[in-house]
Ligand binder design. Structure first.
Ligand code: OFO
Length: 177
C-alpha cells in the first residue's frame, strides 16, 4: 500500500518521464530535419523507452490502489545547434532524472515503503545505463568534431539502435511489477 506522500512523489516523477519522452521526440524530429536519420532513430528509441518508464510508474501506482494524477507537460525545446548540442542536453537531463530517482529512493526508505524501494532499484540501474550510453555517444561526437565523414559513420551506427518492448508493456500495459 502506498501512502499519499509517495503517491504524490510518483505522480511528479511520471510528469518528468513524460517530459523526457517529449524532449527526445523533439530531438528525433530535429535530427531528421538535419538529415541525420540514424540520430533520429536513436532518439525515437529513447522516446519509446521513456514511455516505458512512464507506464511502469503508472501501472505500479494503479496496482497499489493509488490515484494517477496527470499534470500538464511543458513544451520541450525544438531548436538545437547541432547533434553535439542535443547529446549534451540529453546527458544534462538524464543527470537531473538520476537525481530525481535518488530522491525518490531516499523517500521510499524514509517512509519504510520497501515495495516502492524495490521498484525504484530498476530505475537506479536504468539511469546508470542511460548516462553511460549518453557519455559514449558524446565521446564519439567530440572525437569526430567537424569531420563530415566521421559524423556520417556515427549516424550509421546510431541507426542500428532497436527498441525492445518489455514483456509487461508488450502485453498491453499490465502492471509491471
Ligand atoms: Fe531517460 O530515463 Fe526516464 O526519464
Amino acid at each position: 500500500m502506498l501512502n499519499q506522500k509517495m503517491v504524490d512523489a510518483l505522480n511528479g516523477q511520471m510528469s518528468n518521464e513524460f517530459y523526457s519522452a517529449y524532449l527526445y521526440l523533439s530531438m528525433s524530429a530535429a535530427s531528421a530535419a538535419m538529415g541525420l536519420k540514424g540520430a533520429a532513430n536513436w532518439f525515437m528509441v529513447q522516446y519509446q523507452e521513456e514511455m516505458v518508464h512512464f507506464m511502469k510508474f503508472y501501472n505500479y501506482v494503479l496496482s497499489q490502489g493509488g490515484a494517477v494524477t496527470l499534470a500538464a507537460v511543458k513544451a520541450p525545446p525544438s531548436a538545437f545547434k547541432s547533434l553535439l548540442d542535443m547529446f549534451e542536453q540529453t546527458l544534462k537531463h538524464e543527470q537531473f532524472i538520476t537525481k530525481c530517482i535518488n530522491e525518490l529512493s531516499d523517500l521510499a526508505l524514509k517512509e519504510k515503503d520497501h515495495a516502492t524501494a524495490v521498484l525504484l532499484q530498476w530505475y537506479v540501474t536504468e539511469q546508470v545505463e542511460e548516462e553511460a550510453n549518453d557519455n559514449d555517444v558524446l565521446a564519439r561526437l567530440r572525437l569526430v568534431g567537424k569531420d563530415g565523414n566521421g559524423l556520417f559513420m556515427l549516424d550509421k551506427d546510431l541507426a542500428t539502435r532497436i527498441f525492445t518492448p518489455p514483456p509487461a508493456t508488450a502485453a498491453g500495459g499490465a502492471p509491471a511489477a
